[in-house]
Structure formats: structure tokens, C-alpha cells
Design a protein around this ligand. Structure first.
Ligand code: VG1
Ligand code: CO
Length: 537
């Protein structure tokens, strides 16, 4: 074991999901090592502990895992469970942490951000419940990055990540596991695989786009293997270190190929995509895109069709910017509904306390109490199971849902890589005017209420401030403004728009008024020189 003297790093506070930086930053001598040591120190040491380690296969994944293993050994860890070839989807890693009752896990991913030497890399610590570390722990890790003076590492040859079985570094045991097996068993315990298999055997056609990322092996095994979908159902199914040069973010912009197929002649019955690390999902029927906020509401409304949830849901949680579609379902079904800040870690306490069963975010994340991360393939299987049970198309399910609950029109506008100063000025300026906004009219729409979201965790009493600016308008429309915690370049401003109607069920122009009002209210043109976003989802 070697102790290497080091300097504090420009660690930056881990954001919504761990630390994300340009890959070359992580590759600087000692940088990754410093952050990993800060994790071990921040959680009170690694001695005698067991961890799960894996990542989404992006550039630098395997090299980083070798470093983490040598450092875990030098820090006295007892056992590390690693996905073969260093691969684990985020939900599969969460499951392995729980299944093996480990002391947590280290997940390597920058999720939906592109990968490669000039793109992004990330690292995240998950706690023994399988979920992203809460702020108390990320704060301790961050504090340690600023005082760190040494890290511990064992000098040894590389571990063979490609062979299932047991190895060791010194006294530390290493188990290489198949990344899919335990996850697939979990899915089989939740869903009616027979019903889905039967639907597929009856000619139901699926296209799953793994976007060259981690869900490829999972989807090949489950959809094409176990569930009997024909070869070719899964496209872009081999994980690539650069995600095929693409942007593994499952939305209509970055998964345009899939959208084109699903909107074209001869579209399959069901299309889906997942992101870099497998925790996000996009659902699209033949000619029918399902917004993530609506997807959460549909899953909640149809839970009785799924074996694992047919006893009823404890409650539903959504992130604050997510639309209120799920609230309407919860209200009708008499379920508890919780509104949390953006980021999956805020669902952890509610899930652990048994207050909610299903959670979701507008950013294409849905999941349940089966793990403590959002879960892309889980959402896909949930949809397949409900379609098999209801014998309806995606478009029919959506039309039926809106007819029952009304429709929460929704869109998100992203302004990426905005220079930090004007971006913050835009936000600060709205924040400063919040109290004076009610009663004022912008582009013809009058503000009724405005505030800044703070979350009081009902389980542990912790408070999280500054979680987004909210503006409500006459007629019930809402806008939310916040800056991203996952970008790696300048600032990303997210503007979330929502308008409800229970009579007009098919007209995206319902959002025009709230969009114009919000552009005017927040002075997008004056602050950042534009109103047109980089990405609209
Ligand atoms: C984004 C999404 C948020 C999600 C987070 C991590 O965060 O908006 O809903 O939880 O990414 O998702 P932000 O701070 O950039 O808005 V993942 O799939 O990147 O782990
Ligand atoms: Co992700």
C-alpha cells in the first residue's frame, strides 16, 4: 500500500447526481484518486466495508474502475462486487447494493451526457439503501476534497474485469458478476413476463433504441431473449465508449431516429429508448409520443395491472418541475402525492419510509421502490405489461387517460452552455422580483402567484432551499425556472412550462401563452440575447 501526498482539488460540489466533469479533468494525474479518497473519507472510511462498483462503459470507465479497486484495497475494504467488463446500469447497481446488503457503491457515469476523451465523465456514491447519497454525505465528500492531503493506493497489476468469478487484491475480495442476471430476476419478480411474451408472440412489434449505451446488454437479454422479441428489436445495442459519437439522452431531439420510425409508415407498436446509464426512458407509441410527466401519471393510474403493484400504491412522488398530471391520478385514487426537488436522491427517504411506491421526473425518469434509482427498462416493461393487460395501443391509452383526467400540456426549454454571469443574472433578477410579480401582466397573461421552491423533507425534517423559481398565471398555467446541476460547460437554464385543459385534449398551442409570458417576464432576450432554446422536450 502506498500513501501519495496530494493537493486539494477543484472538486466542485457534487450536483444533482454526483460529480460531472470533462473526461480530461478526471484524467489529470491524481484527480480521480483525490475524489475517490474524498468519498472514502467522507463516508467514514472504507475499512472492512463492501461496495458495488460499475459504470456505463463510457470512455475511461475501465481505467477508473482499476484505480477504484486499488484504492479500495489500500483503504482496507473487504469486498468489491463489479459488473463484468466494468459494466452496470445505474438501476442494476442500485439493485446489487441492496441485494448484497453492501455499504454502498460507486457508479461511474455522466448519464445522458456524451462520452469520450473530449466529452463528459462522472462519479457518484450511492448509500446502502441503493440511492444517490443525500446532501449531508455529498457535503462531507466535497468538504474533504478541499482539505485532502493524501490518498491511498495499492500497486498491483490490473484486475481481469472480463471473467466472472472471484479475484483478490491483497486481503480484499473482488467478485465479478454478470451485469444482467440479478436485474433480470428482479424484473421477472415484478412484471407478468408471460403476458408480455404472449403479446409479442401475437405479433406486437417493439423497437428499443439503446443509444449505444448501457441498456443494450439488458435489452438484448430481456426483450429478445426471455420475452422472445425477434432479433433486431434492440437497435444500437452494443455499448460504445463514445456512445457511437451520439448524445445518449432519450428524448425526441436526441432519439430522433426512433421518433422518425415511430411517426412513419409501418411504425412498430411500441418504441422506447434509454440513456447512457440506463436510468431514463422514452416511451413512444405508433404516432404517439408520451411525455415523461404523462408517463408517470399513466403508470400510477395503471398500477393494478402489474403483479407487484396490484395490492395498491402507497403513494406517488414527482419532482417539482414535473407536471401535475400525476397529482390528478393520486387525487382520484386517494393516494398521497409528494413534490420534491429535482434529483432522484430526494425520493429516497419517501421510498425507504414506505410513503410512496412510484416516483418520476419530467426528465424521462420513472421508477419504484424496487430500487433507489430511476429505472429505464423497468418503465419499458411496465408499459409493455399494461399494454398486454389492457389490450390497447399507446395512443388509445393516452386518449383514455386524458379523457379521464384532463391533459397537462408540458414542455421544457433548455438553454445550454450560457455564460454563467448572464445566466445567473436572469435567475437572480426574477428571484428579486418574485414578491412583486402577482398582479402583473406579461404578454397578456397575469401572474397570480410566484415563489421559490423549498423542500421540507417529511421523513427526516431536512430543508433544501433554492430549488427553483415558480410562477403561476391566471387559468392555472405554471412556469418554473432553474439552473442545471449536471451540465459541465457554463450554465444551463431550464424553463419548464405547463398548462392544463380538461376540454381541449390535442393542441400543443395551449402552451403558447405561458411561453410568451415567461420569455417576457424573465427577460430572456435582454439577459442572454435569445429566447429560442437549444433543446425543447
Ligand atoms: C437533470 C434532470 C433531473 C435528473 C438529473 C440526473 O438534472 O433535470 O431531473 O434527476 O439530470 O439524471 P439537472 O440538474 O441538469 O436539471 V441522470 O439520468 O443524468 O442521472
Ligand atoms: Co441517467
Amino acid at each position: 500500500m502506498t500513501q501519495i501526498a496530494t493537493q486539494p482539488i477543484d472538486g466542485q460540489k457534487p450536483g444533482t447526481s454526483g460529480l460531472r466533469k470533462k473526461t480530461r479533468v478526471f484524467m489529470q494525474p491524481g484527480y480521480l484518486e483525490n475524489f475517490v479518497q474524498a468519498i472514502f473519507d467522507g463516508i467514514g472510511g472504507a475499512r472492512g466495508k463492501t461496495f458495488v462498483v460499475g459504470g456505463d462503459g463510457r470512455y475511461f470507465n475501465a481505467e477508473a474502475i482499476q484505480v477504484i479497486l486499488r484504492m479500495a484495497a489500500a483503504n482496507g475494504a473487504a469486498h468489491v462486487i463489479v459488473g463484468r467488463d466494468g459494466l452496470l446500469s445505474t438501476p442494476a447497481a442500485s439493485h446489487l447494493i441492496r441485494l448484497n446488503k453492501t455499504d454502498g457503491g460507486i457508479i461511474l457515469s455522466a448519464s445522458h451526457n456524451p462520452g469520450g476523451p473530449d466529452e463528459d465523465f462522472g462519479i457518484k456514491f450511492n448509500t446502502p439503501n441503493g440511492g444517490p447519497a443525500p446532501e449531508g454525505i455529498t457535503d462531507a465528500i466535497f468538504a474533504r476534497t478541499k482539505t485532502i492531503d493524501a490518498y491511498h493506493i495499492t500497486e498491483t497489476q490490473d484486475v481481469d474485469l472480463g471473467t466472472i468469478g472471484t479475484q483478490a487484491i491483497g486481503d480484499m475480495k473482488i467478485t465479478i458478476v454478470d451485469p444482467v442476471t440479478d436485474y433480470e430476476a428482479l424484473m421477472a419478480s415484478i412484471f407478468d413476463f408471460d403476458a408480455i411474451r404472449e403479446m409479442i408472440a401475437g405479433g406486437f412489434r417493439i423497437r428499443f433504441d439503446a443509444m449505444h449505451a448501457i441498456t443494450g446488454p439488458y435489452a438484448h437479454a430481456i426483450l429478445e431473449g426471455t420475452l422472445g422479441a425477434p432479433a433486431g428489436t434492440v437497435v444500437n445495442g452494443t455499448p460504445s465508449p463514445t456512445f457511437g459519437g451520439g448524445h445518449p439522452d432519450p428524448n425526441p431531439v436526441w432519439a430522433k431516429d426512433l421518433m422518425d420510425v415511430m411517426m412513419g409508415d409501418d411504425a412498430p407498436d411500441f418504441g422506447a429508448a434509454s440513456d447512457g446509464d440506463g436510468d431514463r426512458n422514452m416511451i413512444v407509441g405508433r404516432g404517439a409520443y408520451v411525455s415523461p410527466s404523462d408517463s408517470l401519471a399513466v403508470l400510477a393510474a395503471n398500477a393494478q395491472h402489474i403483479p407487484a403493484y396490484k395490492g395498491g400504491l402507497a403513494g406517488v412522488a414527482r419532482s417539482m418541475p414535473t407536471s401535475g398530471a400525476a397529482d390528478r391520478v393520486a387525487e382520484k385514487l386517494g393516494l398521497g402525492i409528494y413534490e420534491t426537488p429535482t434529483g432522484w436522491k430526494f425520493f429516497g427517504n419517501l421510498l425507504d419510509a414506505g410513503r410512496v411506491t412510484i416516483c418520476g421526473e419530467e426528465s424521462a425518469g420513472t421508477g419504484s421502490d424496487h430500487v433507489r434509482e430511476k429505472d429505464g427498462l423497468w418503465a419499458v416493461l411496465f408499459w409493455l405489461n399494461l399494454l398486454a393487460a389492457r389490450k390497447m395501443s399507446v395512443a388509445e391509452v393516452m386518449a383514455d387517460h386524458w379523457a379521464t383526467y384532463g391533459r397537462n400540456y408540458y414542455t421544457r426549454l433548455d438553454y445550454e452552455a450560457v455564460p454563467t454571469e448572464p445566466a445567473m443574472a436572469l435567475i437572480d433578477d426574477v428571484r428579486a422580483r418574485l414578491a412583486t410579480l402577482p398582479g402583473q401582466t406579461f404578454a397578456g397573461l397575469t401572474v397570480t402567484k410566484a415563489d421559490e421552491f423549498s423542500y421540507d423533507d417529511p421523513v427526516d425534517g431536512s430543508v433544501s432551499h433554492n430549488q427553483g423559481l415558480r410562477i403561476w398565471y391566471e387559468g392555472g398555467a405554471r412556469a418554473v425556472l432553474r439552473t442545471s446541476g449536471t451540465g459541465t460547460e457554463g450554465a444551463t437554464i431550464r424553463c419548464y412550462l405547463e398548462a392544463f385543459s380538461d376540454t381541449v385534449l390535442d393542441d400543443m398551442h395551449q402552451l403558447d401563452a405561458v411561453r410568451a409570458a415567461t420569455m417576457d417576464l424573465a427577460a430572456f432576450q435582454q439577459h442572454i440575447g435569445r429566447t429560442a432554446p437549444d433543446v425543447t422536450t
